[in-house]
Design a binder for this molecule. Structure first.
Ligand SMILES: C[S@@+](CC[C@H](N)C(=O)[O-])C[C@H]1O[C@@H](n2cnc3c(N)ncnc32)[C@H](O)[C@@H]1O
Length: 284
């Protein structure tokens, strides 16, 4: 089994959170593979996040990571399923895929070609853990670093066609990517997305990287060796500058609540509050 570096290991955290959600009676989705994907590492990862997020001696000030992750998974499940049923969608790209199991747990129309992009160690680890489980879609893995020079060529070699519309999901990625690399990544995704392609991503605001009361969570990720380094207060402008017309929805708003977000969502003009956005839209 390959050893995962700190940022690769965050894929195990999301699997642990999905396994925990799956055990809830009021779960927002069911991921029967998450527990097997994370294995024994799950309990420790959840305990660390829980200790930071729900301190026993004072009220919670951090976003609830379990609720966030549940809403995020469900929001993007629905978005991808909706996109997949549109006739123009023939290719879906998860970049990065991590331990995500949507290819295995959701039904997909037969015209979809589904790409999972992540670093080699992650995809190898996942293949080992899923040994014998069959994807429910024409599924292709692309083992690359998304900051490397040639990842688009590797994606095309795996069967991606830049000339027809695609749907991209950048989930659980952008906070870990230095600003210049994040911009370059969006530019490169835009360059191989035909007009009408869909894009979706989650991204935090600036205050989430700096507010003193975020320290507890930021320190967990920094302590693991994968600090959060990038966020923006204007996600619509960021994506717009690369040719995408998008909306940014926050968990707790009507389209992204699912009865689970525990905190108020102050109006956008209030700057000094932590936020996370689900960005979604289309390539012009
Ligand atoms: C928090 S996980 C999210 C994975 C998946 N989208 C999910 O929600 O479960 C972050 C993932 O980003 C991947 N990643 C981070 N930087 C990357 C890079 N430069 N190239 C490729 N993958 C990267 C890691 O390997 C890891 O699998």
């Amino acid at each position: 089994m390959p050893v995962l570096n700190p940022v690769e290991r965050t894929a195990l955290l999301t699997a642990a959170l999905r396994a925990a959600e799956t055990r809830r009676g009021d779960r927002l989705y069911e991921d029967p593979y998450a527990a097997g994907l994370v294995g024994d590492a799950g309990a420790g990862l959840l305990a660390e996040i829980r200790a930071a997020t729900f301190p026993p001696d004072r009220p919670r000030s951090l976003p609830s990571t379990p609720d966030y992750n549940a809403i995020r998974t469900r929001f993007f499940d629905d978005l991808l399923q909706h996109a997949a049923h549109a006739p123009e969608t023939t290719q879906i790209v998860l970049a990065p895929a991590g331990m995500d199991s949507r290819a295995y747990r959701l039904p997909w129309p037969s015209h979809i070609r589904y790409f999972e992009v992540d670093r080699p160690a992650v995809l190898e680890f996942k293949a080992d853990r899923l040994d014998g489980v069959r994807p429910r879609v024409d599924h292709r893995t692309v083992a690359v670093d998304l900051t490397a020079d040639d990842w688009e060529d590797r994606l095309v070699a795996a069967g991606y066609d830049p000339s027809v519309p695609s749907t991209w999901l950048l989930e659980g990625l952008l906070y870990y990517i230095p600003e210049a690399d994040a911009h370059r990544m969006l530019e490169r995704v835009a360059a191989i997305s035909a007009p009408g392609s869909r894009i979706a991503a989650d991204i935090v605001n600036q205050a989430a990287l700096t507010l003193p009361h975020m320290r507890g969570l930021l320190d967990v990720f920094a302590g693991w060796g994968c600090p959060w380094v990038f966020g923006t207060d204007e996600p619509e402008e960021l994506f717009e500058s690369y040719g995408f017309d998008v909306r940014a929805v926050q968990p707790g708003e009507p389209d992204a609540d699912f009865g689970r977000w525990p905190d108020p969502v102050p109006p956008r003009e209030v700057k000094d509050v932590r936020r996370v956005f689900f960005v979604h839209g289309r390539r012009r």
